[in-house]
Design a protein around this ligand. Sequence first.
Ligand code: EPU
Length: 428
Amino acid sequence: MERIRVRPGEPLSGTVRVSGAKNSVLKLMAASVLAEGTFVLQNVPRISDVEWMGDLLGAMGMNVQRRVDGAVQIDRPGTITPEAPYELVERMRASIVVLGPLLARCGEAKVALPGGDDFGPRPIDMHLRALEALGARFEVRHGFIEARADRLRGAQLLLEFPSVGATENAMMAAVLAEGTTVIDNAAREPEIADLAALLNRMGASVLGAGSSTITIEGVTELSATDHRVIPDRIEAATFLAVLGAAGGEITLEEARAEHMGMLVTKLGEMGMRISPEGDGLWAMVPGRLRSVDVATLPYPGVATDYKPLVVALLATAEGVGIVTENLFSGRFRYVDELVRMGADIRTEGHHAVVRGQAMLSGAPVRAHDIRAGAAMVVAGLRAEGETIIGEADHIARGYERFVEKLSGLGADIADVSEPPEEPVVAPV
Ligand code: EPU
């Protein structure tokens, strides 16, 4: 999927099922480093990031395969190579979460240092400080972090900021440490609670995940287990944003309202009607949405991942909305693409002032990252003519069957990638 075409069309209708959460499954897969045996993960989305995490585990000597029943099976042998090569870490920053479990289980790790990305700098200082407090020693050589620890020891950790990745690395290291670890100012995202649920099924003792204080009693051994991944709240938010742009009425199976409370409140203020239904959510848009102000914050605030979707919605809402980014300084790059579509958006530092237009104007644009790509689709549904989104393979990193799911709801969206070139056959 390299190019997607979007056109405005009829209001949406129907039901769509939300897939398993990308930002949970990647960490659950990393946790399989911690115990020998066979893990079975259910509800794993078919997305590129999952394949890449599988490649990373494979490079360490583990066997990852998709079974016929759709589950992902991970076989972790007794001995693995505790290394994460540059080509894989560079492709997917989340690879850094193997550092904690490798240290805890193998006593050493060599992990390529991830660089910055389209969001701006992405430091990992908090990950390293937390692991150091647990007894790890680090050296940076030739672009790799070389880490060692004889046996990690439980410690009192206070995170400077509730970083998702640092909380996960610290948790996965502490489960096999000697004694008690307390992580204060921990990230509270639902994906952290999902990771704790898997670790506890493996025999760990993790208390308080989902709150700001997580307490972990170290154990000496863990065992492989089965687990079902929680639904993806960001995919659910994307369907709501698409509905906000196209209008209509849809049902999201398996969307958990309690995982996206603040966003649901904001969308409600904009005029969307959303309510729990069965094991999911029902939503409808009675008319043009109204602008609101939004600031991104760590969970339970409005997630930074929702922001491109919200900015795209505000671009055609009635009135002026101010959007403030508090997590990633560079996460406004897609704004230039929206402006090319006729959006009236002015950015100043970490703020964007969005003046809603009745309609945008379709244009060729680029998907800079997963969520920015989804935002282009939202904008394209309210843009006269057609919008062609290039570099749409970013979308496939995080969304399962994106085009099929949206066209199933009635959106005018199609994959218009060039077919792969025919192999040249030499004349006989
Ligand atoms: N930070 C530091 N030092 C660190 C770690 C983080 O300064 O050692 C800063 C970051 O620069 C940022 C803030 O802390 O300003 C928050 O970063 P966090 O560590 O919480 O983010 P992450 O773990 O790298 C995950 C998601 C992101 C999501 C953020 C914030 C995964 C794989 N990624 O990243 O999701 O935006 O949390 O909620 O879980 C996406 O899905 O497209 C995506 C980018």
